[in-house]
Write a protein that binds this ligand. Structure first.
Ligand SMILES: [Zn+2]
Length: 567
């Protein structure tokens, strides 16, 4: 059945239900799925709480009390007793790198290594499993968890990786570490200049240490054989299983160089096979805007399971790699205030991309972290909106981490969406103040200030930069308790959100950010039947306990795509 058919079918049913009322149920078609005895938080202001939900043809046809919905039960209806547990709309992660995430699940795990020797040991162990010459990749290392927190070097890992080139990612995706073999393959020597928007980190003698930042990463990426379609497909399947097990029913997949079209073709293949168990909105790189423009593709083009029509750009790097672009230097690196990304140099280039995207009706998502980067993007968005005239653009700033005080108002006035990742706040909050100072830190991950100004929030994780688990994001947004345990009352606690606000940002907010708020994001008749049953009631638990909540069942389009083992 086509989505259009399903939609008109369910609308017809809704009309029938509305005219008949609960008592006149005799000739009503039965539901495919009926979930009863649930504590439903609908994220629909017109009916915030309910006990039961009925699904037909992949869509929600009724929401109400157990008694009201009894009429939807028929001989073929699958009935699930939720046992009084909490049911929420499925989570919509507004910013992921989906196949990278799936790939990272199988790669060497470096993020929780608590010392340089442990980091080296894990790399050595993993390298033993590879064929000679095979690249060792991913890893998500984080040197801030070591003492001293020094950037790793090629010398550290050369001895344990003699047969394999290494290019492992820092967890923020804005730095990689190469071993000497990889530096040689990339042709990087002391004589290689830093590319615009990038840094080749060098030692006191001017020799490359192996660390490459931002645009310099392209120097090695071009010599690494890209993952084959078969490898990417395995990664996507792994990512889909992970998403289902965590109650993530929609993802917005931000393309990353060098895969400039994301995994659109492979996702379409999975969809055709009935194996695409999460809904995916793909945002290819802005440098390819002309390709979508030529085809006349507009925002949110496609069906409920797979869509395209956004473009993803970069304005700067990251705070952790000291490449986020600020007005003032970093406190711990005087003279360095970060970098405007290569695609923003000159700015006229990005203005052309944006003008093209606007004329076509494409949605724009630009990564901007430092206050000067965010300001620059707002300038550009403002210019293009002025030239193009009023329109429902929903252009986004991805991360929107460190705001200049002057920019909240125009962020709201331009109706820009803040696509934010709360987990970063409790992760970076460990060390961010040392790098940018108290004043700038007070406007960092400023979710409350955004809301107060009327800016719409969309929640995500940037997986694999942060874990995909929505419970960790809800925990982060409601507690702001940094991972090092030093801020149990919250790091800048005035920026905390309530659990209701956090859930809304993660469901309806993310749906709005992809032009799908009429299709999903709440448990409302007519919408897609995407929801998740939780082990505990996240609305009643103290926020500090949210991390232990597990997903019991996940449904996408009324189909159960995950069920936890055991009771
Ligand atoms: Zn990202």
């Amino acid at each position: 059945m086509t989505p259009q058919f399903l939609r008109s079918l369910s609308l017809g049913l809704l009309l029938a239900a509305a005219s008949g009322g609960p008592a006149a149920a005799g000739d009503r078609p039965a539901a495919d799925l009926l979930v009863q005895h649930a504590r439903i938080w609908t994220v629909d202001a017109s009916r915030p709480e309910a006990e039961a939900v009925a699904v037909l043809g992949g869509r929600i046809v009724a929401v109400g009390s157990d008694a009201d919905l009894e009429a939807w039960r028929g001989p073929g209806t699958r009935v699930v007793d939720a046992g009084g547990r909490r049911l929420l709309p499925g989570f919509n992660d507004a910013h992921v790198h989906f196949s990278d995430g799936g790939g990272a699940l199988a790669a060497v795990q470096l993020n929780d290594a608590t010392s340089a020797p442990e980091f080296v040991r894990r790399i050595g162990e993993y390298a033993k499993r590879l064929k000679p010459g095979q690249w060792l990749r991913a890893g998500n290392w984080d040197e801030t968890k070591w003492t001293p927190a020094e950037l790793p070097t090629r010398q550290l890992i050369d001895a344990v990786t003699t047969d394999n080139p290494v290019s492992i990612d820092r967890y923020d995706g804005h730095m990689v570490l190469l071993n000497s073999k990889a530096l040689a393959l990339a042709g990087i020597t002391a004589a290689t200049p830093d590319p615009p928007g990038g840094v080749i980190v060098r030692d006191a003698r001017g020799e490359p240490t192996g660390a490459l930042k931002d645009a310099a990463i392209a120097l090695v990426d071009r010599v690494i054989p890209p993952p084959t379609p078969a490898e990417r497909r395995v990664a996507l399947e792994r990512a889909l299983r992970e998403a289902a097990s965590l109650g993530v029913t929609s993802v917005q997949d931000m393309a990353n160089p060098p895969i400039d079209y994301g995994d659109l073709g492979l996702l379409a293949e999975l969809l055709g096979e009935g194996r695409l168990t999460a809904r995916v909105y793909v945002a290819p790189l802005i440098t390819g805007v002309e390709d979508q423009a030529k085809l006349g593709i507009r925002r949110a083009f496609g069906g409920p399971s797979l869509r395209i029509g956004a473009v993803k750009g970069y304005a700067d790097g990251s705070l952790g790699s000291a490449t986020a672009y600020f007005y003032e230097p970093f406190l711990d690196q005087p003279g360095n205030r970060g970098l405007l990304s290569d695609t923003m140099q000159p700015l006229s280039r990005t203005r052309e991309y944006l003008t093209r995207a606007d004329a076509t009706g494409l949605q724009v998502c630009i990564h901007a972290i430092g206050d000067a980067a965010i300001s620059t993007v707002l300038d550009l968005y403002g210019d293009v909106a002025k030239a193009g005239g009023p329109r429902d653009r929903r252009w986004r700033i991805e991360h929107a981490q460190h705001m200049a005080a002057k920019d909240f108002e125009r962020f709201a006035a331009l109706q820009v969406i803040a696509s934010v990742q709360p987990y970063h706040a409790i992760d970076d909050g460990r060390w961010a103040e040392a790098r940018i100072g108290h004043d700038r830190a007070s406007r960092t991950y400023a979710f409350r200030t955004f809301r107060d100004h009327g800016v719409r929030l969309a929640f995500g994780t940037d997986w694999p930069v942060a874990p995909l688990n929505p419970m960790l994001t809800l925990y982060a947004a409601t507690t702001r308790a940094t991972l090092d345990g030093r801020n149990p009352g919250g790091w800048f606690p005035e920026q905390k959100l309530s659990i209701e606000e956090a859930i809304e940002s993660y469901t309806l907010g993310s749906a709005y950010a992809e032009f799908q708020e009429r299709e999903k994001g709440s448990i409302t008749p007519g919408k897609l039947a995407d929801f998740v049953l939780l082990s505990e009631d996240v609305l009643k638990l103290p926020p500090s306990e949210l991390r232990r909540v597990r997903v019991l069942k996940t449904w996408v389009g009324g189909v159960e795509v995950y069920s936890a083992a055991g009771p």
